[in-house]
Design a protein around this ligand. Structure first.
Ligand SMILES: *[C@@H]1O[C@H](CO)[C@@H](O)[C@H](O)[C@H]1NC(C)=O
Ligand SMILES: *[C@@H]1O[C@H](CO)[C@@H](O)[C@H](O)[C@H]1NC(C)=O
Ligand SMILES: *[C@@H]1O[C@H](CO)[C@@H](O)[C@H](O)[C@H]1NC(C)=O
Ligand SMILES: [Cu+2]
Length: 524
C-alpha cells in the first residue's frame, strides 16, 4: 500500500521457527509485576512499525506479492500451505496486478527463502472482492461470497451468491441463495465450522446452519435484533470456546455493526451498541441481547490465550469505507468473559490507545498471550499525515498485554511439546507450574489447556478463528502434563494453531504447532 513500492498491504507475522528471538514473544522485562495497575488494566505499548499499511494479518512472515491482495480472504490447507484468495483491481502505481480472482500459495519454511507463488491457470471461478474463507474439517477451504468488483455495498449485478472450494471441485461454483436473501449488506459473511460438521453462516441480520457436504440448509435461525452486522455495516462474530465438559456445545456472539439513516448508508449513522449471543444447542435457539459497552462498528474480536474475547479497534459513527465515511474512534479495548452470567461479562477500563484504528485495521492473538494490533487505512490514496475529518494511514504497531500477564510473579513453562497433534491422541508434555519457584508458591494450580487458532484477520473478520479446551491430567509430582488432542476434525479443522497452557489463568508461552489427521499430511 506504500506508493511506488511493490509491497502490498499484507502484514504477516513471525514464523514459529525463530520464536524465541521474535518480537512476538516476551522479552524478560515484559512481565513487570511491580506495576500493580497492569494487573487491572493490562498494558498497551507502541513498538515498531509495519512498513505496510497492515490490512490482513496471519502468523507467518513478511512476503512479497505479485497481485493486489486488497480486501482478500485466506486460510491454511491441511498440508500447511497458506492460501490467499481474491483481492482488488490492478494498481500500476504499486506494481500490483489485478488480484480479484487470484489464488496465492505460501508454504512456510525454516529459512528466509520461501515466498508467495501464483499460477496463471489457478484462479477462482470468478472475481471475489470481500470473500470469506473457512478452513474445513477435510483440510481444504470453503470460499464464500464477495462481489465481482469493489463497491460501497453489494448489488445484484455484482453479487457472487455462491460458494467454491480450494482445491477446486469439478462442479465449480455452487449457488448459495442465502447471499441473495441477505442483500445488500452481506459482504464478508461470518462462517464458523460447527462440531457436528455443519457450518453456521451469518450475513446482514440472518443466519443459517448449512450442511456444505450435501449443499443443504439444515436450519434457519431468527434474525438478530438491532442493526445489520455485515460489511459495510460491519460488526464482528466470535464462536465462543468449545469445551468437552458440555460436549462442545456451541455459543456464538455477534457484536456491533451500524445503522442506515432513512435506508441509506450515512457517515452520521450511529454504530450499534449491542451484542447478540445465540446457543445453537437449544432446541429453538434465540438471540440473547447484551450490551457491547459502547456503540462500535468495525470491531476486532480476538480470542485470548484464556478463551476470553478481547474487542478493540473500530469507531462509533458511520459505516466501513474510505474517505470520511467513519468517525469517532473507540480507543479502549474491552474483554468479554463468556463463562460469566449476563451483566458480569464485560471488563472495561483497560489500558487504552490514542491511535485511531478504523477501516482496514487488524489484530491478532500471539503465542505469548499478547495481542498484535496494526493498521488503519481510512483514506485513499494513503496519507500518513492526514488530519480530521480524515484519519491518517497508520503504520505504528501496538501490543496489548492482557491483565493475565501481570497476575503472578511466576508463570508456567511447558516443554517437549510435539510439533504435530493428530486427532484423538494423548500427548505428554513436561511442565514447570511455577517458574521461578523461589519467588512465590501458587495455591490453586488449576490448569487449563486450550488450542487457539487466531485465524486470518481483515476487515473485522477473523476467518477460521476458534478456541477448543483440551482434556488434560497432571502427574502427581506436577511435572508431567497429559493432554488429549481434539477428538476429530469437525471440532478443530486441520492446520496451524497455538497450544496454550494456563495455571490459575496465567498463560505459559504458547506453542505454535499443527493439527493434522496424519503426521504425513504436513508438507513442512
Ligand atoms: C442470486 O443472485 C445471483 C447473482 O446476483 C443471480 O445470478 C441468481 O439468479 C440469484 N438467485 C436467486 C434464486 O435469486
Ligand atoms: C496528506 O494530508 C495532509 C493534511 O491534510 C495534506 O497537507 C497533504 O497534502 C496530504 N498528502 C497527500 C499526498 O495527499
Ligand atoms: C498443499 O496442497 C495444495 C493443494 O493440493 C498443493 O497445491 C500444494 O502444492 C501443497 N503444498 C505442498 C508443499 O506440497
Ligand atoms: Cu477493504
Amino acid at each position: 500500500m506504500l506508493p511506488k513500492t511493490k509491497w502490498i498491504p499484507l502484514a504477516v507475522l513471525a514464523s514459529s521457527v525463530a520464536a524465541q528471538k521474535s518480537p512476538f514473544y516476551w522479552q524478560d522485562e515484559q512481565l513487570d509485576y511491580s506495576r500493580e495497575s497492569y494487573q487491572e488494566t493490562g498494558k498497551m505499548e507502541q513498538i515498531g512499525r509495519t512498513g505496510v499499511a497492515a490490512m490482513h494479518a496471519v502468523l507467518l512472515r513478511l512476503l512479497h506479492l505479485d497481485t493486489n491482495t486488497f480486501c482478500s480472504g485466506g486460510g491454511f490447507l491441511k498440508n500447511g500451505t497458506f492460501i490467499g484468495t481474491g483481492g482488488g483491481e490492478g494498481k500500476h502505481k504499486w506494481g500490483a496486478k489485478q488480484g480479484l480472482a487470484s489464488i496465492r500459495f505460501f508454504q512456510p519454511c525454516e529459512d528466509s527463502l520461501c515466498h508467495w507463488q501464483e499460477f496463471k491457470l489457478t484462479k477462482m471461478t470468478g472475481n471475489r472482492w470481500y470473500p470469506s474463507v473457512e478452513q474445513l474439517p477435510e483440510g481444504n477451504l470453503l470460499i464464500m461470497g464477495g462481489s465481482t468488483t469493489g463497491a460501497q455495498y453489494n448489488r445484484d449485478e455484482i453479487n457472487m451468491a455462491n460458494i467454491e472450494y480450494f482445491p477446486p471441485r469439478p462442479e465449480g461454483a455452487i449457488d448459495f441463495p442465502f447471499l441473495n436473501e441477505t442483500m445488500p449488506y452481506n459482504l464478508y459473511p461470518f462462517i464458523h465450522t460447527l462440531p457436528d460438521g455443519n457450518l453456521w453462516v451469518f450475513a446482514n441480520r440472518k443466519s443459517i446452519i448449512y450442511d456444505y457436504r450435501n449443499n443443504r440448509v439444515v436450519k434457519r435461525l431468527p434474525d438478530i435484533p438491532g442493526n445489520s452486522r455485515s460489511y459495510p455495516l460491519t460488526g464482528a462474530s466470535v464462536m465462543l470456546p468449545l469445551d468437552p465438559k458440555n460436549n462442545y456445545n456451541v455459543e456464538i456472539i455477534v457484536c456491533g455493526g451500524s445503522e442506515t439513516v432513512k435506508g441509506k448508508l450515512s457517515p452520521k449513522a450511529d454504530a450499534d451498541n449491542t451484542c447478540g449471543r445465540i446457543n445453537l444447542g437449544d432446541e429453538n435457539p434465540q438471540w440473547e441481547m447484551d450490551t457491547f459497552v459502547h456503540p462500535r462498528l468495525m470491531p476486532d474480536g480476538v480470542i485470548l490465550a484464556d478463551g476470553k474475547v478481547l474487542f478493540l479497534n473500530g469507531c462509533k459513527k458511520g459505516f466501513a469505507g474510505y474517505n470520511k465515511r467513519n468517525f469517532d474512534p473507540t480507543f479502549d479495548p474491552i474483554i468479554y468473559d463468556p463463562s460469566k452470567p449476563k451483566g458480569q461479562r464485560w471488563t472495561s477500563g483497560l489500558a487504552s490507545t490514542d491511535i485511531a484504528r478504523m477501516y482496514h485495521s487488524v489484530a491478532l492473538s500471539l503465542p505469548d498471550g499478547r495481542v498484535w494490533i496494526a493498521g488503519s487505512n481510512n483514506i485513499d490514496p494513503p496519507n500518513a499525515t492526514a488530519v480530521y475529518p480524515e484519519y491518517p494511514t497508520e503504520f505504528r504497531v501496538e501490543y496489548f498485554s492482557p491483565p493475565y500477564l501481570f497476575q503472578s510473579p511466576t508463570r508456567p513453562i511447558v516443554s517437549k511439546v510435539p510439533k504435530v497433534l493428530v486427532y484423538d491422541e494423548e500427548y505428554y508434555l513436561n511442565i514447570n507450574l511455577n517458574y521461578p519457584h523461589t519467588i512465590h508458591q501458587p495455591k490453586l494450580n488449576k490448569i487449563q489447556v486450550g488450542l487457539l487458532r487466531p485465524g486470518f484477520s481483515t476487515h473485522s473478520m477473523h476467518m477460521s478463528q476458534r478456541y477448543v479446551i483440551l482434556e488434560h491430567s497432571l502427574s502427581e509430582d506436577s511435572q508431567r502434563l497429559t493432554i488429549k488432542s481434539p477428538p476429530n476434525a469437525n471440532i478443530f479443522p486441520p492446520g496451524p494453531a497455538i497450544l496454550h497452557v494456563l495455571r490459575d489463568g496465567v498463560p505459559a508461552e504458547g506453542t505454535y504447532l499443527h493439527i493434522a489427521a496424519s503426521e504425513y499430511d504436513l508438507a513442512v
